[in-house]
Each structure stands twice: as C-alpha cells, then as structure tokens.
Design a protein around this ligand. Structure first.
Ligand SMILES: C[S@@+](CC[C@H](N)C(=O)[O-])C[C@H]1O[C@@H](n2cnc3c(N)ncnc32)[C@H](O)[C@@H]1O
Length: 268
C-alpha cells in the first residue's frame, strides 16, 4: 500500500511525495506554527505521561518541530529527538535552548539508518504512514524500546475529507494509505499485540482567505498550479469551508479520531 501510494504521488506530482527530508524542510516553519502549544491539550501526551517517570529515557521518532519531545523533556531524564529534516531539528534545538532544556538531544537522519541507544519509552507521532517500509520502521521501534512503544496516527483514512475533491479532479479514488489497522497487523506479524486507544483530536487547518485554502488544498490534492485549476478548486471550496473563530476559514469538521497504538516488546 505504501509503495503504490508513493508511486501514485510521484506520477501525479514528481518530487512532491512526502517521503524525503526536503519536503519537510520546506514545511518546517509552517508545521511548527500549526502545532505550537497544542501538545499540552493533546490526548497523546496525556497517555504517554502515564508511562514515563523522572528517570525514563524517551526516543521520539520523526520528532518534527518537537511538540512532544519538548513537552516531555521537563518530566523525564532524557529525550532523543530523531528526524531526517535538518530544518525541523533546528527548530527543536532552538526551542530547547530557549526553554533551558539540557536533556534533549537531536539526532539527524532517517529512522531506518540512524544509530541511537535503546530507550525506555519510544514515541512516534504522525510518521508511520510516511514510512517507505512500515514493517522495517516498526521493527526498529520495537528493537530499540525497553518498556513501551507508542505510535500515534489517524484512525480514519487520510482521504476522509478530501475524497470527493480528489475524485472530482483525478476521476478515481486515491490509492489508500496504510492505516492504524495495518500497523496492528504488522505488529501482529512481529508477534506484538498492540493496545489501541481511539481519541478525538481537533482538525487544525485554518485559512485567512479562500485563496490561501486553495493553495493549501491544491498541494494536498497534487493538482497543477494553473489559473483554471485554481478557479475550479475555489468553486468547490467556497461553499464547503465554514467561518470559524476570529473569522478564519476552516473545514466543516471540528475533530477527527486518531489512534494511539502501544505495546511492550516481549520479555522486556
Ligand atoms: C507529520 S510530521 C510529525 C512530527 C511530530 N512527530 C508531531 O507529531 O508533531 C512528520 C515528521 O516525520 C519526519 N520523518 C518522516 N519520515 C522519516 C524518517 N524515515 N526518518 C526520520 N524522520 C522522518 C518528517 O521529517 C517530519 O518532521
């Protein structure tokens, strides 16, 4: 599934598939702004905190701008934030300095390649569906976790909201992305039985203008950036978007379910 979806992305928009560091480098600042300050209200942080103590070591796989690494660091012994985007890790390091967190280490590189020490608790939030080989990715998380591993991802198809728009422009459904159920299946193949908790999380997309929404969704839908396509997309988005707090435009859905998978590696 991961391979076929990536191939579809590369055919429609060469170089725009999310499976390279440059994609995330280009989006680091915007991503950091979008998630800034959300960790403390996020059910994932509350769940992970139940399994860490002051003496725990934590590994954050695909840490991004560090929303969970930075929130956990004051409560544990040590956090290692791994990401292949140098721009993301720069933001993590700068924020760690600002907050005076001396126990947060950044490791730059693909999870599949980096050499890091095992940790008591491993977290991986919104990264797994991007993995080139989810089995290799999960097996390494399992191998480097001493006590408990947590994987956070959408509990519904990533296309739930965009599916009608995708079909409109591409004339067929998008190749499905792997979901948390596939992750449970892979873990079962690895002889691990994952606990699944479903939580509701806010849909964060907010736009100051319809034009900004058109730009963002044209990117998500892998559309050509032409005036005709923009006009057509605008015609679809205008009646769909709703005006939210502060006059900002948002999708007509406030929350969507997410899945927290967790397991303890056997014998540990
Ligand atoms: C959607 S962001 C999630 C960031 C963070 N975990 C969070 O929930 O806020 C995905 C992050 O995973 C990183 N990433 C994706 N694939 C990776 C890989 N194979 N190795 C290391 N980092 C990866 C990207 O660079 C990006 O920063």
């Amino acid at each position: 599934m991961a391979r076929e979806r990536r191939a579809e992305t590369e055919t429609l928009a060469p170089g725009r598939s999310a499976v390279n560091p440059e994609f995330w480098d280009a989006r680091a600042k915007k991503f950091a702004q979008a998630v800034s300050g959300t960790a403390t209200r996020d059910p994932f942080l509350a769940r992970v905190r139940r399994d860490v103590t002051r003496s725990s070591t934590v590994l954050d796989v695909g840490a991004g701008s560090g929303r969970f690494s930075l929130a956990l660091a004051p409560r544990v012994r040590e956090v290692t934030a791994v990401d292949w985007s140098a721009a993301m890790l720069k933001l993590v390091a700068a924020q760690a300095r600002r907050l005076g967190l001396a126990n947060l280490t950044c490791v730059s590189g693909a999870w599949e390649d980096v050499e890091v020490a095992p940790a008591d608790v491993t977290i991986c939030s919104y990264v797994l569906p991007l993995a080139a080989d989810p089995e290799v990715f999960l097996a390494k998380i399992d191998r480097l976790t001493r006590r408990r591993a947590f994987v956070y991802l959408n509990a519904v198809s990533a296309e739930l909201l965009m599916d009608p728009f995708w079909r409109h422009f591409h004339g067929r459904p998008r190749r499905p992305a792997p979901t948390y159920l596939d992750a449970v299946g892979i873990l079962r193949d690895l002889k691990r039985s994952a606990t699944v908790e479903i939580v509701e999380i806010p849909v964060r997309a907010r736009f100051t203008t319809v034009a900004a929404a058109v730009r963002a969704y044209a990117d998500t839908l892998l559309l050509d950036d032409s005036p005709a396509v923009r006009k057509e997309l605008r015609g679809l988005l205008e009646p769909w978007l709703v005006v939210g707090e502060g006059g900002k435009l948002r999708p007509p859905v406030r929350t969507l379910p997410a899945a927290i998978l967790s397991w303890s590696p056997a014998g540990r």
